[in-house]
Design a protein around this ligand. Structure first.
Ligand code: CA
Length: 395
């Protein structure tokens, strides 16, 4: 069996209400799906965590990565990952090349699960969990004169839907953050767990000050307090304030996470499977995290394809520490506006806060491309003939 075709499908959708975080406002949502098709017509789906204009990934995948994958046996996913990384090392150790590689890798795991008739979690090493407790990601900035009031109402809504944990965006400055935090904690009461996410809106002194003051509101974790490049800064924030520190959604491959773990920068690692290297690399990072005594749970902000890949990964994740009742990893369940997520594929089964791990072959996602057709802005199809024609190097 050989890989015969690779497609990238780029989507963009306007949203009714813009929402913001500590860096910018969103007025559209984007998604980038990857379809890998073999010579017998079997297809696998992957997703890239597309931070920016998603159409660029057609060129990145077509020009930089497809030559490695085209014509290859999809069951060689790990071998191909190594080859793709080595080929792009001079220009691709972090950023868009690794994002693109992640999408192809996830598609190969889906494909291989279908070829072998097994769910991806089984191929990763086994299903420790059949369902995962989720937390609501939302509580962004919105265009309102009363942000604390709007956040309190949104938080109460998540609790009414059945969520037992949620995450509040911070990083707007100490006074605004504390006012929002007080309002949300008062709205949800003491029993609902609450995490904070600064999206690296702070430097070390401000992050420490906020963490010390926020701790009395019983905070589950403190996410991305400072920029990903400042691993010593992460360690300093972790040492100088009492809330467990989380991060990793802007980190890449085993090499980036190695540096973060060696710096003792995080209590909780959050690899994004569609950004940091795919399921092949996330399995390595999770294994490494267990050796450092660091918890791991994926960052997720995509369609049901990214959600399913993360559910299979969460099903397999090792317990840290190995014990009878270790703290269990949670699923990040994005509740912000995302018309593509809500139309392009069937959402996983859920009974909130629990979300079932799919048990069909591969990722177990049912695609509904027709329902999202209106949001498709680019479809790039790469064939073996394209790759041969464009080739400038060979093994
Ligand atoms: Ca985050």
């Amino acid at each position: 069996m050989r890989i015969e075709r690779i497609e990238t499908l780029a989507y963009q959708a306007p949203i009714d209400q813009p929402f913001g975080f500590s860096q910018w406002w969103f007025t559209k949502r984007s998604a980038l799906l990857v379809r890998v098709v073999t010579d017998d017509g079997t297809e696998g789906w992957g997703e890239v965590f597309a931070h920016v204009e998603p159409t660029v990934y057609g060129a990145v995948i077509g020009k930089a990565l497809a030559p490695v994958y085209m014509g290859a046996n999809p069951l060689d996913a790990g071998v191909l990952w190594d080859r793709a990384y080595n080929r792009s090392r001079p220009y691709g150790q972090k950023g868009m090349i690794i994002n693109a590689l992640s999408g192809i890798d996830i598609a190969l795991w889906d494909l291989n699960g279908k070829i072998l008739g097994q769910p991806v979690s089984q191929l990763l090493g086994g299903r420790r969990r059949e369902r995962i407790e989720s937390y609501a990601t939302g509580l962004y900035r919105t265009e309102t004169d009363d942000l604390p009031g709007a956040l309190a109402a949104e938080a109460r809504g998540y609790a009414e839907q059945g969520f037992t944990a949620m995450k509040l965006k911070i990083g707007y400055g100490f006074d605004i953050d504390m006012e929002n935090l007080r309002a949300v904690r008062a709205a949800i009461g003491p029993s609902i767990r609450l995490a904070l996410d600064a999206n690296h809106g702070y430097d070390v002194p401000d992050a420490v000050r906020l963490g010390r003051a926020a701790a009395e509101y019983d905070i589950l974790w403190y996410e991305e307090p400072v920029v990903a490049e400042d691993k010593a800064g992460y360690a300093e924030v972790r040492a100088r304030q009492p809330i467990p520190v989380a991060g990793g959604e802007e980190e890449f491959t085993r090499y980036g996470f190695r540096d973060l773990f060696e710096a003792r920068g995080v209590d909780l690692a959050q690899p994004d499977l569609g950004g940091m290297g795919g399921l092949s690399e996330a399995r390595i990072v999770a294994t490494m995290a267990s050796a450092f005594g660091v918890r791991c749970q994926p960052h997720v902000w995509g369609t049901p394809v990214a959600l399913a890949a993360s559910l299979h990964f969460l099903s397999w994740l090792p317990d840290v520490p190995g014990s009878a009742t270790p703290t269990q990893p949670m699923l990040e369940y994005d509740r912000s506006l995302h018309p593509i997520r809500d139309s392009v594929a069937v959402a996983p089964e859920k009974s909130l806060p629990w979300v079932d791990v799919p048990d069909g072959p591969g990722l177990g996602v049912e695609m509904r491309l027709d329902a999202a057709e209106q949001y498709l802005v680019d479809r790039t199809v790469i064939t073996a003939a394209d790759v041969r024609a464009a080739a400038s190097t060979r093994e």
